[in-house]
Design a protein around this ligand. Structure first.
Ligand SMILES: Nc1ncnc2c1ncn2[C@@H]1O[C@H](COP(=O)(O)OP(=O)(O)OP(=O)(O)O)[C@@H](O)[C@H]1O
Ligand SMILES: [Mg+2]
Length: 357
């Protein structure tokens, strides 16, 4: 439905906000642009919405070039971070405004307003002013307003970042349900990786204006393409070291925690700098008589209770802390701070990447 073809945006003469972006978005897909601050997410969305134009490359919608089409000809709904409702107008007037601006008839407007407010379940609030609604309700009104043209595609730039955690998580599921119900395409921007994993069919990860990887949430978590993604998506222990061997998908890296055997995540050369990423849930505490492909001794630095699970930090060598997730609460209770502890993980649970990403 949407194609970015080698799209580049340069601000001034030096800032490569987006670099050679190739990305295709399918019909009815929920695609999230994810990345740290300044990585080019908003710029990408603005070029798709038509509020900004690429320095080079082209953008297509439904097979038609739209690279230089003005925003109001693109039939896209847009929701921004600051929901930008008009404070002096009622909710009904806020929703009707874009329709009136296009000269739609009164009856048709009333019908559209009614339908879109019902979608976000705020039908009783039409006569209120935005200031009389909570943050979450205002955000739902902004969503209703984006949907009022019945667009086939909705663009959202960090629409939930002003909300508290509980409300944010509820809205994530609501938006996702609405997207399925209406059969629309959503392109959603966030820098919150858990939000991206919860909501998306696919996630496009950006760093420094470059698309790093685009795939479904599970593959992103299980098969990160490089060290940046391994560190950015979910939690990972990152063990830095030197590649000692790399053959047939198996890599050995010499680290502060000793020699570590891992899967090869990316092309590596012997003697080069590498990092091995290991998820906290892949590491377990070993009994005295137990060993693992990777066995590491350390001292228990920290014991953190997190309700449904616990987390321990194990100090290995001088400066390395490994985070270990324990599902069994009793296992954590049996441990004592600063005592020696042996931990281990399988060679299949580590991924070796080039250190520079
Ligand atoms: N109008 C502009 N003029 C000059 N530089 C800009 C402009 N807009 C964005 N940039 C720069 O382009 C880069 C990408 O910015 P962008 O807003 O796309 O990042 P983002 O991924 O949306 O970040 P955030 O998570 O902070 O919103 C940044 O380095 C930013 O400073
Ligand atoms: Mg942004």
């Amino acid at each position: 439905m949407v194609v970015f073809d080698r799209v580049t945006k340069i601000f001034g003469s030096r800032v490569h906000a987006v670099h050679e972006l190739n990305l295709t978005v399918g019909r009815n897909e929920f695609l999230t642009l994810l990345g740290p601050s300044g990585s080019g997410k908003t710029t990408t969305l603005m070029m798709l919405a038509g509020f900004d134009s690429p320095s080079s490359g082209r953008i297509e919608l439904d097979g038609q070039p739209i690279t230089h089409l003005p925003p109001n000809k693109r039939e896209m709904g847009v929701v921004f971070q600051n929901y930008a409702l008009f404070p002096h107008m009622s909710i009904a007037q806020n929703l009707a405004f874009p329709l009136e601006a296009r000269g739609m008839g009164k009856l048709a407007i009333r019908d559209r307003v009614q339908k879109s407010i019902e979608l976000v379940r705020l039908g009783d609030h039409l006569e209120k002013r935005p200031g009389q609604l909570s943050g979450g309700q205002q955000q739902r009104i902004a969503l209703a307003r984006a949907l009022i043209f019945q667009p086939k595609i909705v663009l959202m730039d960090e629409p939930l970042s002003a909300l508290d955690k509980q409300l944010r998580e509820r809205m994530q599921l609501e938006i996702k349900a609405l997207q399925r119900q209406l059969g629309i395409t959503v392109i959603f921007v966030t820098h919150d990786q858990s939000e991206a994993l919860v909501m998306s069919d696919r996630v496009a990860v950006f760093d420094h204006g470059r698309l790093q990887q685009v795939c479904d949430p599970r593959s992103l978590y299980d098969k990160p393409a490089n060290a940046f993604i391994a560190g950015f998506i979910g939690e990972s222990n990152m063990l830095a070291g030197t590649v000692m061997s790399c053959q047939g998908g198996a890599t050995n890296v010499s680290t502060a925690a000793g020699m570590i055997a891992a899967r090869t995540g990316q092309e590596l050369s012997v003697g080069g700098a590498a990092v091995v990423s290991v998820r906290p849930e892949a590491i377990r505490i070993l009994r005295d008589d137990e060993t693992a492909a990777n066995t590491v001794g350390g001292t228990l630095q920290e014991l953190i209770f997190l309700g449904d699970h616990s987390r321990i930090l194990v100090r290995v060598g001088e400066n390395t802390l490994l985070s270990v997730k324990l599902d069994d609460k009793n296992a954590a209770a049996a441990l004592s701070l600063h005592a020696p502890v042996r931990i281990g993980w399988s060679d299949a649970d580590g991924l070796a990447f080039a250190a520079n990403g």
